[in-house]
Write a protein that binds this ligand. Structure first.
Ligand code: TYD
Length: 205
């Protein structure tokens, strides 16, 4: 018995969090064991690395390597064991985020990320990835209204998020079976319905 691995992506301010809450509720209501987790983070060590990654200035390659170090720990301790016992794992960001942020946003060579991906989880890919897609200007407005202190990534300029968004779109175009783009510039209930339509065929009868 193996579970399903679902990852959730999008630029900062795209509204992932509320949709993740809904998705987890929906899966739990079907009696599935659901593990809801996030990257960077998801383990005690991973959360320490998250603190550094979100707040400490560092070299770009260091940033990518630490993302993957946290990911390795997360896979070994949380994701793989959960999938092996048949749980559904819903993960707020995964390797597509490294392609989008470190690759697209900051310009790290794609092949370097592919090399790390192959090393760290060559045998594991999400069954489904939802990318919540939103124009950077709209996302910035949402973040500003939320009023939380911005982290290192959230302080980046619109041009950065335009590149992140484009890289996400490239990831989706390269693997349209796994990656589904959800238009996040709609009312929450309409977005939920789109998520439902994508998830329902995956659910056990
Ligand atoms: P995020 O998931 O947006 O959390 P919150 O909603 O609590 O702010 O924050 C994580 C940040 O880390 C986000 O700005 C994207 C960044 N990130 C990367 O740059 N690369 C990665 O590989 C991952 C997983 C995240």
């Amino acid at each position: 018995m193996t579970g399903r691995f679902i990852t959730i992506e999008g630029i900062d301010g795209a509204g992932k969090s509320s949709q993740i809450g809904y998705l987890v509720e929906r899966l739990c209501s079907r009696g599935l064991e659901v593990v809801s987790t996030r990257e960077p983070g998801g383990t005690a060590l991973g959360e320490k690395l998250r603190e550094l990654l979100l707040h400490e200035p560092m070299n770009l390659e260091t940033e990518a390597l630490l993302m993957f170090a946290a990911r390795r720990e997360h896979i070994a301790r949380v994701i793989s064991p959960a999938l092996a016992r048949g749980a559904w794992v819903v993960c707020d960001r995964f390797t597509d985020a490294t392609f989008a942020y470190q690759g697209g946003g900051r310009g790290l060579a794609w092949w370097k990320i592919e090399t790390l991906e192959d090393w760290v989880h060559g045998d594991l890919q999400p069954d489904l990835t939802l990318i919540f897609d939103l124009a950077p200007e709209v996302a910035a407005g949402r973040l500003a209204r939320a009023g939380n202190a911005p982290d290192k990534f959230e302080r980046e300029q619109a041009g950065f998020f335009a590149r992140v968004r484009m890289a996400y779109q490239e990831r989706a175009a390269a693997d349209p079976t796994r990656v589904r783009v959800v238009d996040a510039d709609r009312p929450p209930q309409v977005i939920r319905d789109s998520v439902d339509a994508i998830i329902t065929p995956l659910l056990p009868p």
